[in-house]
Ligand binder design. Sequence first.
Ligand SMILES: Nc1ncnc2c1ncn2[C@@H]1O[C@H](COP(=O)(O)OP(=O)(O)OP(=O)(O)O)[C@@H](O)[C@H]1O
Ligand SMILES: [Mg+2]
Length: 255
Amino acid sequence: MTTTITIANQKGGVGKTTIAVNLAHGLVQRGKRVLLVDFDPQGQCATILGLKPESGTFNLLVAESPLPQVIRSTDRKNLFVVLGDRKTATAQTVLNVQRTPINFTHQKLVGPAADDKIDYIVIDTSPSVGELQEQALWAADGVLIPCAVDYLATDGVFNIAVTLKRIHDEFKWQGRILGILPTFYDAITRESRATLKDLQNRFSGLLLPAIHRATVLRECAVEGKTIFELAPESRAAQQYNELVDFVLNWSKSPR
Ligand SMILES: Nc1ncnc2c1ncn2[C@@H]1O[C@H](COP(=O)(O)OP(=O)(O)OP(=O)(O)O)[C@@H](O)[C@H]1O
Ligand SMILES: [Mg+2]
């Protein structure tokens, strides 16, 4: 069975892409076949993996290319990608104008990926709202909401929660919030500690262990490597491994 996980927060720079790429590669390390899909016009999933952005998402959703035509293998065995680039912004506009049904992305992506024996689809989204983001949320079995533990961190989480409630009520979304993942945590700063506490109070049942601020994650992006390649012994790698454990367990539980 294929499990689809969408990484979403309308707030920018909260660690979405870093999480999408490292979660995808972490699942691969546990023997899973994983498809990483970039729904962000910034095309950064490619950059973090040391690849060149391309118009896979646009071709899938607008040019109507079937999934096998836009899927790419990577140097990492069992890690497959549908890459994005600036044309994804055009896809966003076209989908908004055409008012495609909310299950369109699910149809184009999930069924064909299951045929290809993909265990996990991980969708990275952009920091904006629109048809593309909503379709990515609707396609998800689980939505992972990263949240940088800084000022106004909870606003982004609330916004996504409101959108999810709406697509559940209006369009019978069947998925769940997989978890809220605090990122950029820095135990030394009072702001980090206070924000984490606030998140714990508001979302206790959904809050996952925090990913700490770690310069090595920035270096990964520069080097085009995942944390498991660049620094497998680091605390960041350990924290990502814990996230992978959580996701593996979560996807075993009944929907
Ligand atoms: N835990 C972390 N510690 C330090 N730096 C991090 C951490 N996570 C991500 N970064 C860095 O912070 C920057 C923003 O991260 P990332 O691109 O993953 O966020 P994003 O939410 O995808 O941003 P956008 O909303 O623009 O798509 C990147 O340079 C990334 O390398
Ligand atoms: Mg991003």
